[in-house]
Design a protein around this ligand. Structure first.
Ligand code: ZN
Length: 135
């Protein structure tokens, strides 16, 4: 597996994920949610932020089943999916991840033919990595 590259701005996201929490950065002044994490609010230019707990519920906005050539770490797990999940609380925020059958299940655990755009999903966590399962 490829490990996430964590920078100072995004570190809280991964820290909360390690505790099994899906949190999204929000502006502490205007309250607007933003993702990916960044230092400044694109709406009011404030530099103060907080991390708001999400329900973990969302819908599949789009997905792909990558085809070769694939990175060696992933080739052995093909065919697998990469989903774009629209969060219930923040439809403009979409998280990239994998849809699996259970927390920590292999990337190819779900038959790609079962994936539908609009399907309800929720977040699960495996060793600090957010993943998605069908609701
Ligand atoms: Zn703001």
């Amino acid at each position: 597996m490829l490990d996430p590259v964590v920078d100072d701005t995004g570190a809280p996201f991964w820290g909360y994920a390690a505790q099994g929490e899906l949190r999204v950065q929000s502006c502490a002044d205007c309250g607007e949610l933003r993702f990916p994490p960044r230092p400044c609010c694109p709406h009011c230019q404030s530099f103060t932020s907080e991390w708001r707990l999400m329900s973990g519920h969302g819908r599949i906005w789009s997905y792909v089943v990558p085809h070769p050539p694939l990175l060696p770490d992933y080739a052995a797990q093909a065919p697998y999916n990469v989903v774009l999940v629209e969060l219930e609380e923040a439809p403009r925020i979409r998280l990239v991840g994998n849809l699996v059958t259970a927390p920590g299940a292999p990337l190819n655990s779900l038959d790609p033919h079962r994936i539908r755009i609009g399907a309800k999903v929720h977040a699960v966590f495996a060793e600090g990595l957010p993943q998605w399962v069908l609701s």
